[in-house]
Design a protein around this ligand. Structure first.
Ligand code: NAP
Length: 254
């Protein structure tokens, strides 16, 4: 018996990076997984294949989480496929580098909207579509992948920080509102993680192209991996985490 046997998860941004690691970890522990992506079909199919090889059901949904209608039809599709979805991981996100790291006073409506649509409105659309359904489950879990940037508040990261801070405010409130329905809502706030986005952050802030070159300067002498984040998502959603809700877990080595 895996720690998530009988559970069904929708993981956004699961074709690469942190979302991919969470999808694979969940499947290894017995969950069926709906894999969301926006552009990289081959990578999403490779994750689905690995989930199937773990003996679990996998469905793949191309959907921009910043698009309400796309989120709604993805949620309907996942419920149709599995009968029930009782874990939602809001992981898909865009970093500041995607909008060229403008300062707050210089950011255009387009830059604000691009990040807020994906990082904040996406999770709102998905919660709105899935929470009423998840209330019927004996237990359900929502994990928001936030960032230390929600509190670090550094110049050039402001739009991203606002999107993640708002996401956290939403999650804390949701946790209280849905507790009576058996829903656990938690946040994971990573520091630098070795993914495509992590490498982009490093390059944008003047770091080396090769992320391994910063390992010696990181806490414990290595860069956090997507598997480190997946291990905590796993703990939160399993029986081991059954008494944890409304928490923000920082995974930065600090
Ligand atoms: P990543 O390597 O850039 O992967 C992003 C994933 O999200 C991909 O699967 C991508 O799909 C998907 N995606 C992007 N935009 C999307 C959209 N509009 N709709 C649906 N899916 C979308 O990113 P990551 O490092 O794994 O980051 C995952 C989460 O962790 C994000 O919320 C990020 O803010 C947070 N985080 C990351 C770091 C870090 O250092 N890496 C630190 C703190 C927080 P495609 O493959 O189709 O493009």
């Amino acid at each position: 018996m895996g720690k998530l046997t009988g559970r069904t998860a929708l993981v956004t941004g699961a074709s690469r990076g942190i979302g991919r690691a969470i999808a694979l970890r969940f499947a290894a522990e017995g969950a069926d997984v709906a894999i969301n992506y926006t552009s990289n079909e081959a990578a999403a199919q490779e994750v689905a294949q690995a989930v199937a090889e773990a003996g679990r059901r996998a469905v793949v949904f191309r959907a921009d989480v910043g698009d309400r209608a796309a989120c709604e039809s993805m949620c309907e599709g996942a419920i149709d496929a599995f009968g029930e979805v009782n874990i939602l991981v809001n992981n898909a996100g865009l970093g500041s580098a995607a909008i060229n790291r403008p300062h707050i006073a210089d950011a255009t409506d387009e830059q604000w909207n691009r990040l807020l649509n994906v990082n904040l409105w996406g999770p709102i659309y998905l919660c709105r579509a899935l929470v009423p359904h998840m209330r019927n489950a004996e237990r359900s879990d929502i994990v928001m992948i936030s960032s230390i940037a929600a509190q670090a508040l550094n110049p050039g990261f402001g739009v991203y920080s606002v999107s993640k801070a708002a996401l956290e405010a939403m999650a804390h409130t949701l946790a209280r509102e849905e507790k009576a329905h058996g829903m656990r809502v938690n946040m994971i706030a990573p520091g630098l993680v070795d993914t495509d986005m992590g490498r982009r952050i490093l390059r944008a802030t003047g770091g080396p192209d090769d992320i391994d070159k910063v390992a010696a300067n990181m806490p414990f002498g290595f860069v956090c991996t997507a598997d480190d984040i997946a291990a905590t998502a796993m703990h939160l959603c399993s029986e081991d985490g059954r008494y944890i809700t409304n928490q923000r877990i920082t995974i930065s080595g600090d």
